[in-house]
Design a protein around this ligand. Sequence first.
Ligand code: FUL
Length: 464
Amino acid sequence: MTLDRREFLRTAVAAAAVGTPAARALATRDAGSWGAQAARPRPSPSQLAWQRDELAMFIHFGMNTFTDREWGDGTESPRLFDPSALDARQWARTARAAGFKAMILTAKHHDGFCLWPTATTPHSVGSSPWRGGQGDLVREFVDACRAEGLKPGLYLSPWDRNHPAYGDSARYLDIYEAQLTELLTRYGAIHEVWFDGANGEGPNGKRQVYDWPRMWGAVRRMQPEAVMFSDAGPDVRWIGNERGAAGTTNWSTVDPRIVTAPGVEGAEVMRSLQDGDRDGTVWRPGETDVSIRPGWFHHAAEDARVRSVDDLVSLYFSSVGRNSKLLLNVPPTRTGLLHDADVASLLGMRARLDALFARDLGAGGSAAWRSTGAHAAELVLELPVAAEVGIVDLREDITAGQRVARYRLDASDGGAWRTIARGTTIGARRLERVTRRQVRRLRLTVEDAVERPEFVHLSCFAGT
Ligand code: FUL
């Protein structure tokens, strides 16, 4: 049987959710493995671009902003939604200035209020006083993203505490798919579609049963280049916590039989989300979502609890620096603007990161890579001049997949080698903060790898 590419993708998505062995083979939907021999998984072009962006901004904004809640119950009047000076360009300008490459908006949160005029419910901006009921926040958001060179993404909560069809499973699935269709056909290219795992009862007390293969298939048909996020992918997985910490071991490969659907629970599920699976059969890198404030939505009472510059830089190290991507939430206020305190921390983070990574002390030095076994290798970097080193930046070329499973870093100031760090996975990027010391040579020893390790790129910085 020959499948055309689209059919292949559809089958792969459907099969992946079921988790049969054939499914797992098919679930590597990427172009890299399309037509290739059975090999370890590799990222698709979309997954690769997604990871290279490193930073995305999450925008939680909606009914909860006006009721001062985190989870609305769906009984809120649309008349409460009335930002006085909403300017999505201010969000996008800030994101861009702070070095973010993408932005994801909560088009609908659990309370069911839709930020775009939808035919599926009157519970939307169309029934609000904002812009005289003629507003479309999804439109303003995507336009602002594009104007600032950011990739737009959308969060559409499956859990809907307002819609009367919720819990009447077949009927609500049609509604949900219709909402996805509006969002994915009216606004041009959407780069990430975000499905969260929260799933409670509807207004009628009934519990909804989802059909993920159907929803993922619909997204794939309408936006084939988008990556889909959920606990279970299919393209990008949740990192398993909202503290901003990827696993110190973090494989971008997972076993799709462990996390089968958004919202599944259990110790093994959490471990797989956090660390990935060394022998995983699909490429599903982890996304680290965390808020700049205690809550996801803006609450004036938390204005003095915005993360500091130091805190944001640490988040960068514990997410991007552990083979993940950071999705940092920055919630606009009731005015419809990002708060000055948040903007100051973001710009401070950018300035600090730029300074930390301004000068690679290894640039112009000599690097010698040699294979030392089927699953081992060694890299010695001679700095052009001895220098104080406090950060080591390691990168595998993940277009070829992820290979390193255990490594050691040694430093020499001209005399004996001293071990300065040990770790497990590297992946797209591994940042090691080490005790600052005078260094002439650095040695990376790959002690274990899942295949013959490819060259690992090493750079080093003074740190602080
Ligand atoms: C969760 C939601 O319940 C939270 O409110 C928030 O949106 C977070 C990012 O996802 O599932």
